[in-house]
Design a binder for this molecule. Structure first.
Ligand code: PLP
Length: 392
């Protein structure tokens, strides 16, 4: 037996465990401290009533002989494919139902998709980055190169024609930076990918936060994307499904002459047995008129937090990306502090917890992530504390 020694090459991530330890230690020595957490990437609002009703109804279906559902198609039920085709139409994208694969969330598919690509592909990921893109490729032993995201390019790197690669990761709006590509930026990546026969793995998990009409919500809004891009998306942030689990992946039939679509179907039918009927019914309810309205209200709750935090940073004159069309704000640590020094400074002097940018890659050092997923009152309170502490 040989084990996969590529796992030895994974860098240990101490980011969230170190944050938890520091907060624990601080609380123990300052039991009176009222700590506000603006570091979380998880949602905090409950599922909306339309989804809850659909989940209940689906449970009842499972209780009756006539409506019971056993195994479904591995790639998902047509009622959810059709609802998603309708959703994409609202941003001007035409998809066929067989191009959409329902999953238990974007994270699994982002990892699993690598099954259909050869080991020798060179992978291009931005730095800083959602760590899943890097670690899944390290596990497979692929060569990874980085595209520098930094203050100069607004954390939205553009392709460098002299760099050759085969698999490109793009996340827009981005975690952790909150920055989102406009059409011209994404078009540059699509043209670059098509020119060198590369594939873009496009993570659209935060598309539901886009407010600006000029920002694409799907990569397929860009001409030429169907011949070079696979899109991953999720009900997690859109509808609070982080604990309920449902997402989808689009593999266009125009990509690699339909081969990747067929291979992904084959991969899923072999290794996956589908998302529960009950969960898919809940997910489909997001696209009813009532569901959409309710989801928008919940998203509006988080967007209000993002506005409060953006206004605070604007007032303080702190440079940042995100906050608009994104639940994340990525700020430059004041006074040249590195990410962890700023973390300690904020914890000790404002009792506010965020996420040090250094945890997302070398270019993240000197930056800091705040999130809009918290409670509105607590976010307002955190904003006041930031103003008090950081006003010049
Ligand atoms: N992609 C990005 C960029 C994320 O930040 C997250 C979760 O935080 C995911 C994917 C995972 O989404 P899911 O809950 O659908 O697995």
């Amino acid at each position: 037996m040989q084990i996969n020694t590529n796992y030895d090459n994974l860098e240990q991530s101490y980011l969230f465990s170190t944050i938890a330890r520091k907060v624990r230690e601080y609380s123990a020595s300052h039991p009176e401290a009222d700590i506000i957490r603006l570091g979380i990437g998880d949602v905090t609002r409950p599922l909306v009533p339309a989804v809850i009703d659909a989940l209940h109804a689906a449970v009842e279906d499972q209780a009756k002989q006539e409506t019971f559902h056993g195994y479904g198609d591995e790639q998902g039920y047509d009622f959810l494919h059709e609802a998603l085709v309708g959703y994409y139409k609202t941003h001007g994208v035409e998809l066929a139902t067989n191009e959409i694969f329902i999953s238990d969330g974007a994270k699994s598919d982002l990892g699993n998709i690598l099954d259909i690509f050869g080991k020798d592909n060179v992978v291009l990921v931005p730095d800083p980055v959602y760590p899943v893109y890097v670690d899944t490729n390290v596990m497979a032993g692929r060569k990874i190169i980085f595209a520098d995201a930094n203050e100069a390019n607004g954390f939205l790197p553009l392709p460098d024609a002299s760099v050759k690669c085969d698999i490109i990761y793009i996340c827009s709006p981005n975690n952790p930076t909150g920055a989102a590509y406009d059409r011209a930026g994404l078009k540059a990546w699509v043209d670059y990918a098509n020119a060198q026969n590369a594939v873009i793995l496009y993570d659209a998990a935060y598309e539901c936060f886009i407010e600006d009409e000029n920002l694409p919500r799907s990569i397929y809004e860009i001409e030429g994307a169907k011949t070079c891009a696979i899109e991953f998306c999720s009900f997690s942030k859109m509808a609070g499904f982080t604990g309920t689990r449902c997402g989808w992946t689009v593999v266009p039939t125009a990509l690699a002459d339909g081969r990747l679509n067929k291979m992904w179907l084959r991969r899923q039918t072999t290794k996956f047995n589908g998302v529960p009927y009950i969960v898919q019914k809940g997910a489909a309810a997001c696209f009813t008129e009532e569901g959409m309205k309710q989801i928008k209200d919940t998203l509006g709750y988080y967007k209000q937090n993002a506005k409060v935090l953006s206004a605070t940073l604007d007032e303080l004159g702190i440079w940042y990306t995100g906050g608009k069309s994104s639940p994340y704000l990525w700020l430059k640590c004041p006074n040249g502090m590195d990410s962890w020094t700023f973390f300690d400074y904020l914890l000790e002097n404002a009792n506010v917890v965020g996420t040090p940018g250094a945890g997302f890659g070398k270019n993240g050092d000197g930056f800091f992530r705040l999130t809009a997923f918290g409670d509105q009152k607590r976010t307002l309170e955190a904003a006041e504390r930031l103003k008090k502490l950081l006003a010049k």
